[in-house]
Write a protein that binds this ligand. Structure first.
Ligand code: PEP
Length: 248
């Protein structure tokens, strides 16, 4: 049985003190959660998050990292810096980073390799735009994104990655993919991993759905055979809502 995972992508929301308050409110609500619970605040809030999550079952993830170890890369954050803080997960290749910050499948791959080399667990985001879905290329595109993201990743390493299928048209729009659409693409991803590695690896990889997951739709989405939890934006900023999702 795969562990299901509810991860909250807080995006550019919450100050350090608001981070402490949200985790304090969330912790008692998710202490017996069935899903693994991860919160991903913005980089400047990570120390506050790690501190506030101590002694709870809440794990902390970052929203990005850089693929070099150190040096003249103004504004960037290395894997070692995240690890030193006590961060254990990192979102890589979120569509907002691809869209606004020129992330490509190649930089995603470099970041995935660096995260794995250092012992951080990557949450790799893939997904199509509305135009691409209407062109009927969703499966091809997502397979390509997965294949490039995992180039050079060993079978043992691949077992530890989380892949989040996030249709861009469903992110922050209130427009959730239907359960069938989400399950179909998550199965496509699992089949692709089986082709790249083997059935054992495909069975082990956690595949999340993301895109307007909320307290009302998480249970049905997470009950699908190939959906192992969710990457949650807006609803993760409300403790009560995220708690329902984490307990789904
Ligand atoms: C996200 O940011 O990854 C996301 C899925 O956002 P939302 O849940 O708000 O659509």
């Amino acid at each position: 049985m795969r562990q299901t995972v509810a991860a909250g992508n807080w995006k550019m929301n919450k100050t350090p003190s608001e981070t402490r308050a949200l985790i304090a409110e969330l912790a008692p609500l998710v202490k017996d959660a069935k899903n693994k619970v991860i919160v991903c605040p913005t980089a400047v809030c990570l120390p506050a998050a790690v501190e506030a999550a101590k002694g709870t079952n809440i794990l902390v993830g970052a929203q990005n990292l850089y693929f070099e170890d150190k040096g003249a890369f103004t504004g960037e954050i290395s894997a070692d810096m995240l690890l030193d803080l006590g961060v254990s997960y990192v979102i890589i290749g979120h569509s907002e980073r691809r869209q606004y910050f020129a992330e490509t499948d190649e930089t995603v791959n470099k970041k995935v390799l660096k995260a794995l080399e250092k012992g951080l667990n990557p949450i790799i985001c893939v997904g199509e735009s509305l135009e691409q879905r209407e062109q009927g290329i969703t499966a091809d595109l997502v397979r390509m994104q997965v294949k490039i993201a995992l180039q050079g990743v060993s079978a043992e390493q691949a077992k530890t990655v989380i892949i989040a299928y996030e249709p861009i048209w469903a992110i922050g729009t209130g427009k959730t993919a239907t359960t069938e659409q989400a399950e179909e693409v998550c199965k496509t991803i699992r089949d692709c991993i089986c082709e790249l590695y083997c059935a054992d690896v495909a069975e082990a990889v956690i595949i999340q759905y993301g895109g307007s997951v909320n307290a009302g739709n998480s249970a049905e989405l997470f009950s699908q055979a190939n959906i192992d939890g969710g990457l949650v934006g807006g609803a993760s900023l409300k403790a009560a809502d995220f708690a329902v999702i984490a307990n789904s």
